[in-house]
Design a protein around this ligand. Structure first.
Ligand code: ATP
Ligand code: MG
Length: 395
């Protein structure tokens, strides 16, 4: 009997013609997070197996953070799908387990087997009762749940289920560019896009000296948290100081944020195009601040053609915070370093910006040249979950 980790796919199994594409990617992503370990991964349309003589707990801990997995199980492969062979092996496995009550649950992916799942459960249950004294069957809340899957050429036995993150394997849906600020929302938005299979690159607008190195390091730290789910992450750092100062000097202050965000969108769209990212992703949430009213979002969004996905659009802040805590970005996000928006926030930002006025005001600054320069000079770094390659330059 080989002890093995295996994976159930969940939503992935609804893919028909292109399921192999998803499964190959899932395998690659699993191998990526286990790259320093001795493992071998194999799969069929129902299950993916991780064979290893390395530390099982470490493998499980890492695989738990991979998207596209419904459930992770540690179990045993029995080289037969005949209950006559399976029963003694299950009894052997139960030898070192303490329990008073049990239940058998059977799955039969091999429909050629002559018994139904219920019959197989009963037969195995009877065999266990016959061989182990002082135990009984209990349907609800048994001390031990004995899962058996009868497959085409073999069987699987397992006792524990670990919930996976669900979603799609990262990369299966192409690439997106996440507008990543130091706040609470955008890392959560990134996480949710990654969960749907989108491989993320991130873009951060900094305005030194108005924003500090600590603010930038905070964003790098947040990106590193996302790298855990994204395999690694490319971060684009755009110097926004000149544009922001020009806006501040020349444009009526109630429109500062609207115009500033239109510039951010324009730059993000250009960089997304260059990096073959098909969408922008950001942490906007309807009504959260003046720039996130429906009229504001429309006035800002109109400067780009690329689709803008806002995973948090309809989330309450408290729900966002809950996810931020779960993915461990919250503690970093609440560190008190200013980002470039908070410094230039006007007292009374416009809530219903007029698109015509936006265009009129933008004529007051040479923004096309400035955008060109900001894009041309921007810094690119690749961030891995672990710190060592942090400042590896990609250019
Ligand atoms: P909080 O989490 O506190 O709401 P925030 O950064 O989300 O902070 P906003 O200023 O409302 O707050 O920004 C809305 C969205 O715009 C962010 O979620 C992020 O996607 C994007 N954004 C804001 N500032 C920046 C920045 N400096 N660099 C990159 N993206 C930014
Ligand atoms: Mg926000």
């Amino acid at each position: 009997m080989e002890k093995v980790i295996f994976i159930k796919y969940g939503e992935l199994s609804t893919k028909k013609d292109n399921i192999n594409f998803f499964l190959t990617k899932l395998k690659d992503n699993i191998l990526f997070v286990l790259k320093d370990m001795r493992v071998n991964v194999s799969y069929d349309l129902g299950r993916m197996f991780i064979h290893t003589d390395d530390d099982l707990n470490k493998v499980i801990e890492r695989v738990t953070n991979v998207f596209g997995i419904h459930e992770i199980n540690v179990g045993y492969i029995i080289d037969s799908n005949d209950i006559k062979d399976v029963a003694p092996q299950v009894l052997e496995l139960l030898k070192d387990k303490e329990f008073k009550t049990f239940k058998v649950e059977t799955k039969r992916s091999n429909k050629k087997i002559e018994y139904t799942s219920i019959e197989l459960s009963k037969m195995l249950g009877a065999e266990i009762l016959k061989n182990i004294p002082d135990i009984k069957v209990q349907v609800n809340n048994p001390d031990i749940l004995i899962n058996v899957e009868y497959r085409k050429d073999n069987s699987l036995v397992y006792f524990e289920k670990i919930k996976g993150l669900g979603g799609y394997p990262v990369g299966t849906l192409g690439k997106g560019l996440l507008m990543l600020s130091g706040g609470i929302d955008s890392p959560v938005a990134g996480y949710m896009a990654i969960k749907r299979g989108v491989k993320i690159e991130a873009i951060y607008f900094e305005s030194p000296p108005h924003t500090s190195i600590e603010a930038k390091n905070k964003v790098i730290k947040l990106a590193r948290k996302l790298a855990k789910y994204n395999n690694d992450i490319v971060l684009h750092i755009v110097n926004f100081t000149a544009i922001q100062e020009e806006i501040y000097k020349n444009i009526p202050h109630e429109y500062l944020i609207t115009i500033m965000r239109r510039m951010m969108y324009r730059i993000s769209a250009i960089i997304a195009g260059r990096r073959n990212a098909k969408i922008l992703v950001n942490g906007e949430s309807i009504g959260q601040v003046a720039s996130q009213t429906l009229t504001s979002m429309a006035a800002i969004n109109e400067v780009v053609k690329i689709p803008v996905i806002r995973p948090l659009a309809c989330f309450d802040k408290l729900d966002i915070i809950e996810i931020a805590k779960k993915i461990e970005t919250y503690e970093t996000s609440i560190l008190p370093y200013e980002d470039c928006c908070t410094i230039f926030v006007p007292k009374h930002p416009v809530i219903n910006p007029d698109k015509g006025k936006c265009l009129e005001y933008e004529k007051l600054i040479p923004y096309e040249e400035m955008i060109y320069k900001a894009v041309k000079e921007h810094e690119i770094i690749k961030i891995e979950e672990k710190e060592k390659k942090e400042f590896e330059d990609l250019l």
